[in-house]
Design a protein around this ligand. Structure first.
Ligand code: SME
Length: 137
């Protein structure tokens, strides 16, 4: 098995693990910067397939995090004007940037069908997940 396959498999496993074990994590995915382009590309996910496999920098919650390098917790997606809807069931979202050598190279994105479900503990936990993922890339 080559390195790319093993990274892909492990990222998929992380998505599955989080999505199946945390009841309010309904969709879990990793987006990464797409080569030299100013856009994100979906790499792995668990949950319903999404049409938004490519997201330009600045667009939606994900695109904003690509530019801000900061966690973005959205308790109510209806209150956001720069938001890309993936499913009518989604009520809340959290996006945490993933850093390698201090550079924002991607992010974990989680959608929830529960209203206002994410706490500071989710941020701390997902920052830790991203650190672990950065070590295997
Ligand atoms: N809602 C995201 C788009 C990605 S989907 O949630 C999978 C956004 O506004 O960037």
């Amino acid at each position: 098995q080559n390195k790319k396959e093993s990274v892909d498999n492990r990222l998929s496993e992380v998505c599955e693990l989080l999505q199946t074990n945390i009841p309010y994590y309904d969709w879990v995915g990793f987006y990464f910067k797409n080569g030299d382009k100013e856009e994100l590309k979906l790499k792995s996910f668990a949950g319903e397939p999404t049409d938004h496999e490519i997201i330009p920098f600045g667009k939606g919650i994900c695109g904003q995090v690509a530019v801000s390098n900061k966690n973005f917790v959205v308790p109510d997606v209806k209150a956001q004007n720069n938001y890309i809807a993936c499913s009518i069931h989604v009520k809340a979202e959290i996006v945490i940037p993933l850093f390698v050598n201090g550079e924002n190279i991607g992010q974990i994105d989680i959608d929830s069908h529960t209203e206002d479900p994410f706490s500071h503990e989710d941020e701390i936990f997902l920052e830790w997940v991203n650190k672990k993922v950065a070590e295997i890339l």
